[in-house]
Write a protein that binds this ligand. Sequence first.
Ligand code: 4AD
Ligand code: MG
Length: 460
Amino acid sequence: MHRTSINEALNAEAPRDSITLMGWVRTRRDAKGFSFLELNDGSCLANIQVIVDEGVADAATLKMLNTGSAVKVQGMLVESPGKGQKWEVKAKAISVFGDADPESFPLQKKRHSDEFLRTIAHLRPRTNKFGALFRIRSEAAFAVHDYFRRNGYFYVQTPIITGADCEGAGEMFRVTTLDPSTGKPAAENPFEGDFFGRGAHLTVSGQLSAEVFACSLGKVYTFGPTFRAENSNTPRHAAEFWMIEPEVAFADLGDNMDLAEDFLKSLIDHVRTHCAADLDLFAKFVDKDLAASLDNIMAKPFVRLPHGESIQILKKSGKQFDFPVQDGMDLQTEHERYLTEEHFKRPVIVYDYPKEIKAFYMRLNDDGKTVAAMDVLLPRVGEIIGGSQREERLDVLERRIGELGLDMSCYWWYLELRKFGSVPHAGFGMGFERFLMMVTGVTNIRDVIPFPRTPKHLEF
Ligand code: 4AD
Ligand code: MG
């Protein structure tokens, strides 16, 4: 089915005598002797205007040319007399693939709330906003691969089903084998062993597997879906989200911070360059301060602040926080917001966290109290990146696993990386959806992922 995309048509150099477009009708206006169609095919934000003279379409076809119907238009690409658009199409023939009943098709020409559109996730990419969002998402994913490829990293696919708990936080979904004849869990006790007799769950992070490959290929990254069984009905958490995790051998926490900042800024730059028209929609209709807030991220080096100092700043702020500030505590959203939005007014990398509030694999600092962890915090978005230098000393790591009461036998292979040619190494994870929220100004994670997985959203 040969066709020209609307994006290509709108960027044509010269008129064309013959062009075939296929897409969905956004609107139809009837005038005396002809009709105007606004046609969109998803290739870009803009619609192309199609002029259908009387007689081009028979009465039955014309009746079906309603908002939402899918059509094929053959005609001429001609200069548009109207302003705003250089080209329009004068139809010579038009046919309908599938019509859309105006009584029941939900995307009629009015603004719909994000909440409503979530209930029709199968249709929402046909709106301007979500079309733009998912084109940006696609381009940003490409930018991730492009960044690492340009910088000499290898892309590693890490497993989704795993027996290892990376974060040790217990927020995992179990994998269950069903008996095909009964549809019930095959194991006697599904909580003990249900992956062919062993316990398995969906990965919360590809990090531990990525470490294997950093300690062999040097510089690697993963980019895939991760799963967290946190029943948190917040606008920033999803049960299934995509994470980008670089892991680098012969690197320390300082290198990790440099990488995180450079990566984030490169990604913003790429999206601004390659998705200008789509981003503009968000700057106009979603977040009037979007350009300024992205400029602010790009403008200066990020603040680098030891966790202990962040606590001092919060204590001195004189603010009444809902969650009172205490030494050694984990930062809550309100604290992150104060640091990034009020105190520094720009991105902050908090590092050297108390070991008690961080995962077992983070490298113990010389003070014996803190670990070489870092979180990148952004104004309005909060935590976008979490990472650390990894504990490369076998004895220290074994002690930590013991202290935390984790099952040592699960980590035998991870420990062997420290037994055989151990190297200092570091890495981080960036939530892809958090990035998209930041770059578009969208405030709910459910609106930046094609099919959100949250306690309320499972169909589609
Ligand atoms: O801070 P987290 O839990 O770090 C890790 O998983 C490390 N193993 C990463 C690493 O060092 N390789 O998660 C990393 C990032 C967070 O900063 C956040 O952006 C995102 O993943 N994230 C979520 N995004 C959406 N929904 C959730 N439930 C998320 N949990 C974490
Ligand atoms: Mg974190």
